[in-house]
Design a protein around this ligand. Structure first.
Ligand code: ATP
Length: 364
């Protein structure tokens, strides 16, 4: 952060709906910060993604990576397009490369439905759902140090990598988060330790780190059973920590239980850097139609303010994050703001207008 209380933020609009939700989010952040006062932003636009790969032959150019490295935080909308692929058939995923480059081991995926958004689960206890999935984000089945191999038409292999240094940091992060949340004070390890030695090793380290945080309860779940728990009794979950691929899948399930991808925010956090981005991708099926729900992007930007504020001792930034979250809740509370995922007509502009209006009405 600069001496004048200005946060330098690298912004990656990326592809598809990412471009449509970025600019209005920055405007909302400016408005909210002005209401609270005491700090500002230095936006640093960065170009990366599938369109960039087509234009420049590189999905994450050095210039964009440099902006990310220099920034206090990174706000990313969505990257990749199914129609743009590397010669081996894989999609362009610079958002995943950023996690490796910047060591963002903890993928934080809150699952907390917004009151007023149509509940997906009928059980009245679904109103109490409030948990966080921590997705390990730099190794597991995505580990770049063990890229997949293909042997002609005969076979293809991928390798799961679980290492002690990353697990220790990841579990410590999860336990600290449970303590900070002050809710059920519980961390669940979500793995498949009954079948894979990588997960038996994972559990060993989980227990070692748990012993250092005796005030936090622990729980073990196999990933298949945990998927059921997310539907049958999600109110029993507090913080759940899991491998990269499992976290990828489970966080989409969590998003669905909040109403759709457009409601699910996330953060990828490391020791020195952090990327804040909605869980969704570039949604090419709805891009250019004004239908994208920007709520996940707005809530991700509130997570960014929270992280920046705590890291740099700016109570104003923390307050602004809370103000934005509260404006989102106010906007959806009456129940008449229904986005396309839930069969409604409220598009990008309608959601931003409702949140801006709520922001203007909210006391600071
Ligand atoms: P990725 O793998 O890059 O994360 P994905 O394959 O999970 O992407 P998305 O782009 O997230 O796919 O889209 C999944 C579905 O969710 C699509 O039907 C898309 O239209 C819908 N969707 C995603 N984001 C939003 C949004 N912000 N508002 C409304 N619908 C969305």
């Amino acid at each position: 952060m600069k001496n004048d209380n200005t946060f330098r933020v690298a912004t990656f609009p990326g592809d598809g709906i990412g471009e449509e939700i970025t600019e209005p989010t920055l405007r909302l952040l400016e408005n909210a910060a002005n209401r609270v006062g005491g700090f500002g932003f230095d936006w640093r636009p960065a170009v990366a993604g599938a369109k960039c790969y087509l234009d420049e032959g590189d999905a994450l150019p050095e210039k964009a990576l440099g902006e990310a490295r220099e920034a206090d935080a990174i706000l990313l909308a969505a990257m990749g397009l199914p129609s743009v692929r590397y010669p081996d058939g894989r999609e362009i995923t610079p958002q995943v490369s950023l996690r490796f480059e910047l060591g963002l081991y903890a993928g934080v995926r809150p699952v907390k439905p917004i009151p007023g958004v149509r509940a997906i689960l009928a059980d009245p206890r679904a109103h109490d759902i409030d948990y966080v999935i921590i997705r390990e984000s730099i190794e597991g089945l995505f580990a770049p140090i063990a890229p997949g191999t293909r042997n002609g038409d005969a076979e293809a292999r991928e390798t799961m990598v679980i290492t002690r240094p990353v697990c220790e940091k990841l579990f410590d992060f999860a336990f600290r988060l449970a303590e900070e949340r002050g809710g059920q004070n519980k961390v669940t390890s979500v793995d498949k330790a009954n079948v894979f030695q990588a997960f038996a090793f994972w559990r060993e380290i989980f227990h070692e780190r748990a012993a250092l945080m005796p005030a936090i309860a622990t729980d073990m779940a196999y990933v298949d059973a945990f998927a059921m728990t997310m539907v049958q009794k999600p109110w029993t979950i507090d913080v759940a920590v899991t491998e990269n691929m499992f976290g990828d899948i489970l966080s989409d399930l969590g998003a669905a239980l909040m109403g759709g991808m457009g409601y699910a925010p996330s953060a990828d956090i490391g020791d020195d850097h952090a990327v804040f981005q909605p869980c969704h991708g570039s949604a090419p099926d709805i891009a250019g139609q004004g239908l994208a729900n920007p709520t996940a992007m707005i809530l991700s930007s509130a997570m960014m303010l929270d992280w920046l504020g705590k890291r740099h001792g700016s109570s104003e930034a923390v307050k602004t994050g809370a103000l934005i979250r509260s404006a989102v809740e106010t906007a959806f509370a009456p129940g008449d703001l229904v986005t396309c995922e839930l069969g409604g007509k409220a598009g990008t502009t309608a959601v931003f207008s409702a949140v801006e209006a709520a922001l203007a009405r909210t006391d600071v």
